[in-house]
Design a protein around this ligand. Structure first.
Ligand code: FPP
Length: 241
């Protein structure tokens, strides 16, 4: 199915989430340093954002740096942060041209000051764009997100602003970092691993999952279209018959 058919004939998923895995192994296979894999991965990010926009997808969430990634060697963390800064600096113009709004989810206050400043600058600049919301999950862990939501809810209960009896699914959803955005309809993970890796555990409850047996730097626009086509071929019943 062509991308035009996907975009026009079928209702596209509203929200796609991606675990971008395999940058290190991609580099390793080529005898390159791991950062070369991350650099190639950043190019895949650009292609994917463009592809999602072409398909009319309104929300894209990319797992760019997990809370566990802080355990990596300092040199790799530093290189990743520099890559992110450069990406934000260079791509803000493109995001403006394509009407893409940047958002970040995670404990972003843990990022280096310079990275955080660059991130906030891009978020502010693109705040009024409406075609696609690009959520970068940075210093993100889903359990931490749920803990943070529980704390916010507990504070409201303690202050008498919320009654325990009124807490339901929507209360939790509206206190997560993704508050106000629909849950992902589709999760894509590259590099063939069948794991959620502490990513959007609450939000992925009903998502379709596509695992691709290729590394993230090799993820092409055609893989995105195939995943979306596959998504349409699956019947989603949300527990009903
Ligand atoms: C997983 O591959 C990838 C990451 C931990 C970082 C993702 C970063 C990028 C795609 C590039 C920069 C991002 C942006 C938004 C500009 P891995 O390192 O775990 O690979 P491995 O499992 O093969 O070691």
């Amino acid at each position: 199915m062509s991308k035009n058919q996907i975009a026009s004939e079928l209702s596209a998923p509203k929200h796609i989430a991606i675990i971008m895995d395999g940058n290190g192994r991609w580099a390793n296979q080529r005898g390159l340093p791991r950062i070369a894999g991350h650099r190639a991965g950043a190019e895949s990010v650009r292609r994917t954002v463009e592809g999602c926009k072409n398909l009319g997808i309104k929300h894209l969430t990319l797992y760019a740096f997990s809370s566990e990634n802080w355990k990596r060697p300092e040199s790799e963390i530093k290189a990743l942060m520099q890559l992110l800064e450069r990406f934000l600096k260079e791509k803000t113009k493109e995001m403006m041209a394509h009407n893409v709004r940047l958002n970040a989810i995670g404990r972003t206050d843990m990022l280096p000051k310079k990275t955080c400043a660059q991130l906030n600058k891009a978020i502010e600049k693109t705040a009024n764009n409406t075609a696609l919301t690009l959520n970068l999950a940075l210093s993100y862990g889903s359990r931490e997100e749920i803990v943070d939501a529980a704390k916010l809810i507990a504070e409201k209960v303690a202050a008498g602003k919320l009654s325990v009896d009124d807490i339901d699914n929507s209360t939790i959803s509206s206190h997560l970092y993704t508050a106000g955005q629909p849950d992902p309809d589709l999760l894509i993970r590259t590099s063939g691993e069948f794991r959620l890796s502490n990513f959007l555990l609450w939000q992925l409850s009903y998502s379709e999952i596509v695992i691709l047996d290729k590394f993230w730097p090799d993820f092409a626009e055609s893989d995105l279209y195939d995943a979306v086509t596959h998504f349409h071929s699956r019947q989603r019943r949300f527990g009903a018959i």
